[in-house]
Design a protein around this ligand. Structure first.
Ligand code: SF4
Length: 470
């Protein structure tokens, strides 16, 4: 899909699980049978499902996608179903908090496939009727009849890859759709998913002026629902667009222009009533994506499908630590593995307590809520002691780091206090977060904060602490 893999404004990528850990080699565990006894609280996860096929290759795309003459959808569906059940069982996941179908172009899959995966998840874990179920859709495969089919299949939120409302820009991006098709799809989506349609837009195209971007954003505001995601184009090596820029056939957008585009877009969206709740995500009327928030809150997620990433504790394989897991990228190889052992996990890496904390920090600082010390029980209707230790909603620093508080890690004089003095960071007894001025600079602030964290953690380990949760 369009947004994933693009650098979000000033450098971040759409969440998908990125932490590097110690490689544990090929996943070779047998398919688990029935979930055995598990420690209380390892019961929830968000589910990401990857549909790897597209009809056409966009000029900027470096995602895991395949353009093939024909897709054996029944075979892919059977493997998605089997892998979803295997991995949910492996993680002893009792409740799926949200589902996200990404790609590739998942709106090319049939509603039958979407329904089958949702039913499969619901057979092995609780999937409440109110759980957010998002489908990424391209305007060229989002006509009203198809969208109605997806809604009937259980989808209740749509993320539409509009990218631009200018035909020349869409051609430059190699998109399959026209601006008129994007408008029609957005209007159909708003009718079918009122309050739950998000539009993706790209800025920073080679040769794009500030005025052109501002005009495009205004046009999108006239069309959108209550959620927008803005992504700065990243020229990834190996893409057609990057090659054109490298050859000098297209100009490379200057950094200052990109920063101006981002800052003026934030101001435009604020004036239109949108709240920035993450580096590149904006919502009004509370239309935040709960699925994406679960990534930024470092909650457990299970990734299903070719190349999908996940983060969960594989209790069914005897695991006791959260792992970063990546599924085999190529669909044919992935299907062979799923048929033979129930899942196509290619890489597994157990995350150490420090690696987990680094993820919590890097992801949490992307959001307006930042990294909070305690679990917030507001709205959950549960007492704090009832919340899961790992894998559950609203995980917070204190749960990941019982022996090193936020205050102890970042309160003393050091990198964080220097950033606070410059007005880019805020730490109080409850949370560490970027200020609005600091958020666009997050990529350049993070190395210093991670360095401070590593130093403090080393001290804790030397004092005999340092054990963390899973
Ligand atoms: S639709 Fe385009 S950007 Fe999205 S995955 Fe397919 S080729 Fe890539």
């Amino acid at each position: 899909m369009a947004a994933r893999g693009l650098r979000a404004a000033l450098g971040a990528v759409r969440p998908r699980g990125t932490g590097a850990g110690r490689a544990a080699g090929l996943g070779s565990a047998p398919e688990p049978s029935e979930p055995g006894p598990e420690p209380a609280g390892h019961a929830t996860a968000a589910l990401y499902v990857h549909w790897p096929y597209c009809r056409k290759r966009c000029s900027y795309c470096s995602f895991n996608k395949y353009v093939v003459p024909a897709v054996d959808e029944a075979a892919v569906r059977a493997c998605l179903v089997r892998e979803a059940q295997t991995l949910l069982r492996l993680g002893h996941v009792r409740s799926v908090t949200s589902v996200f179908f990404g790609g590739g172009t998942p709106s090319l899959a049939s509603p039958h496939t979407i329904a089958a995966v949702l039913e499969a998840a619901a057979e092995v874990a609780h999937l409440s009727a109110g759980a957010e179920v998002t489908l990424e859709a391209n305007p060229s495969s989002a006509d009203p009849a198809r969208l109605s089919g997806f809604r009937a299949a259980g989808v209740n939120r749509l993320s539409l890859g509009v990218q631009s409302l200018d035909d020349a820009e869409l051609r430059l991006l190699g998109r399959e759709h026209t601006a008129a098709e994007a408008r029609a799809a957005a209007e159909a989506a708003r009718k079918l998913f009122p309050g739950r349609t998000s539009l993706d837009l790209i800025f920073g195209l080679p040769g794009q002026s500030h005025e052109a971007w501002a005009r495009g954003l205004e046009a999108a505001l006239g069309l959108c629902d209550d959620h927008l995601a803005l992504y700065q184009l990243t020229l990834e090596r190996g893409t057609a667009l990057e090659a054109q820029v490298r050859r000098g056939a297209l100009p490379e957008p200057p950094e200052e222009l990109l920063a101006d585009m981002y800052l003026s877009a934030r101001a435009t969206l604020a004036a239109a009533g949108f709240h920035q709740y993450e580096v590149s995500n904006f919502a009004r009327k509370g239309a935040r994506s709960t699925h994406n928030l679960s990534y930024w809150r470092a909650e457990q997620h299970v990734g299903v499908g070719p190349g999908a990433h996940g983060r969960f504790v594989p209790w069914g394989e005897g695991g006791r630590q959260r792992e970063a897991r990546v599924q085999t990228p190529h669909p044919d190889a992935w299907m062979r593995e799923v048929r033979s052992r129930g899942h196509g996990t290619r890489r597994r890496a157990a995350l150490s307590p420090l690696e987990l904390l680094q993820e919590v920090l890097a992801l949490g600082l992307r959001t307006d809520e930042g990294v909070t010390q305690q679990v917030s029980t507001a709205g959950l209707g549960r007492r704090e002691e009832e919340l899961p230790l790992t894998g559950g909603p609203s995980q917070r620093w204190g749960l990941f780091s019982p022996s090193l508080s936020l205050e102890a890690a970042f309160g003393a004089p050091g990198e964080a206090s220097a950033l606070q003095e410059r007005g880019w960071l805020r730490l109080n007894g409850r949370a560490l977060r970027c200020t609005p001025a600091g958020l666009p600079l997050l990529d350049s602030l993070l190395p210093a904060l991670l360095c401070q964290l590593r130093r403090r953690w080393k001290t804790v380990e030397e004092d005999g602490g340092g054990q963390g949760p899973r």
